[in-house]
Design a protein around this ligand. Structure first.
Ligand code: NAP
Length: 350
């Protein structure tokens, strides 16, 4: 059987595409990714990056916190019937993703917990292979595989992954090894601020190691971090090596001053968190679709989700190195389903 539309990826873009494609009666199938150790280490497990965060404060429709007092004072009684009975809003990243997944399933999207490992774009319908060895064909394909966190690329980072090295404080920060211990966060963007601030719940002190003398992060997030008494910043510093041993895992980090190469320092820490940006998950495409210089998929028609191969659409962070928000990913996920629907109709495939 040839699928009408196959959606690869299971973040906000993938699920929104699935909701729209299912409601358009395209019977979409979603490859949500495989639950493998490799994907866990890479940060590419099903449900994507949002499933690795805590509270989501900026997804429209989910104001954070307990809304009871606000609703009591601001919503007229006759409008209260629109509100959920518990009157408590806010949503966590994992909850939002599970809700989107369920919403797609409710409309009939089929969900396969497997990775697509290759797509042959040379002929239509497209042939794809899965990690578990299945072969599928599909008229249209929506790529919504997102992006993943970067590491510095040090051998010592690799050595201590799972033993104190992580790129996701929210996933790993509560582990016993970080409780009441010093930890290090590398980076100067919003991710670094968010991770460092989150880690102060558990760690005794959080060192942010940043290669310059000012943060790239938004002012509000930088100030929140700088005002936190548990956070100390090592400015103009780079990490040369993550230190540790096979028994204890990470025991510290050797950092070097960028102004004075001779000035190096060992910061004792049981944890090392990389927060230095992201890489789009496009390896399985093996260079068959056009990308920008950072490897993000390119939309070849402005404001439309068409890629350089007709019949293949892209949405979410895999095609966005600029906004990278859950709501923009959901928005382009919707666009990609509509684009695919119209393209299929034009091909006479309904
Ligand atoms: P980012 O903004 O690209 O910041 C990456 C940081 O890592 C920069 O400070 C950069 O240093 C540093 N860096 C990169 N490569 C490095 C290397 N090899 N060695 C040392 N340092 C390195 O990435 P991000 O923080 O992940 O944020 C990505 C996007 O998501 C942004 O648009 C951000 O606003 C958004 N975001 C938003 C929130 C939120 O609002 N809650 C949370 C997280 C992320 P330089 O500054 O020197 O380049």
């Amino acid at each position: 059987m040839t699928e009408k539309v196959t959606i690869i990826g299971s973040g906000p873009a993938g699920w929104t595409a699935a909701i729209y494609a299912a409601r358009a009666e395209l019977q979409p199938v979603v490859y949500e990714g495989a639950e493998t150790e490799e994907n866990r280490l890479k940060g590419t497990l099903p449900l994507g990056q949002l499933s690795q965060t805590t509270e989501v404060e900026n997804f429209p429709g989910f104001p954070s916190g307990d809304m009871t007092a606000y609703l009591d004072s601001s919503i007229d009684d006759d409008k209260r019937r629109y509100m959920a009975p518990h009157q408590k809003h806010g949503v966590s990243g994992p909850e939002l993703m599970e809700l989107m997944r369920q919403q797609a399933a409710n409309f009939g999207a089929r969900i396969v917990t497997d990775d697509i490992v290759s797509v042959d774009t040379s002929e239509r319908p497209f042939k794809m292979k899965t990690l578990s060895g299945a072969e599928i064909t599909s008229h249209a394909v929506i790529i919504a595989t997102g992006a993943r966190a970067n590491y510095l690329g040090l051998p010592s980072e690799e050595r201590f992954k799972n033993m104190g090295v992580s790129a996701c404080a929210v996933c790993d920060g509560a582990l016993p090894r970080f409780r009441n211990q010093p930890v290090v966060v590398v980076g100067g963007g919003d991710s670094a601020m968010e991770e460092a601030t989150f880690l102060t719940k558990f760690a005794s002190v959080v060192y942010i190691v940043h290669r310059r003398d000012s943060f790239r992060a938004s002012r509000i997030m930088a100030e929140r971090a700088l005002n936190n008494p548990k956070i100390q910043v090592k400015w103009n510093s780079v990490v040369d090596e993550v230190l540790g041993d096979d028994q204890k895992g990470v025991t510290g980090v050797r950092i070097r001053n960028t102004d004075d190469a001779d000035q190096s320092e060992v910061v004792e820490a049981t944890g090392y968190f990389a927060a230095i940006g992201h890489t789009p998950n496009t390896e399985f495409l093996k260079g068959q679709l056009q990308t920008n210089e950072k490897g993000y998929l390119i939309w070849t028609t402005p404001h439309r989700t068409m890629t350089s191969v007709e019949g293949i659409f892209a949405s979410g962070d895999v095609a966005d190195d600029y906004y990278r928000q859950a709501v923009t990913a959901a928005g382009t996920g919707c666009s990609s389903a509509l684009d695919a629907e119209r393209w299929l109709a034009a091909q006479g495939i309904e």
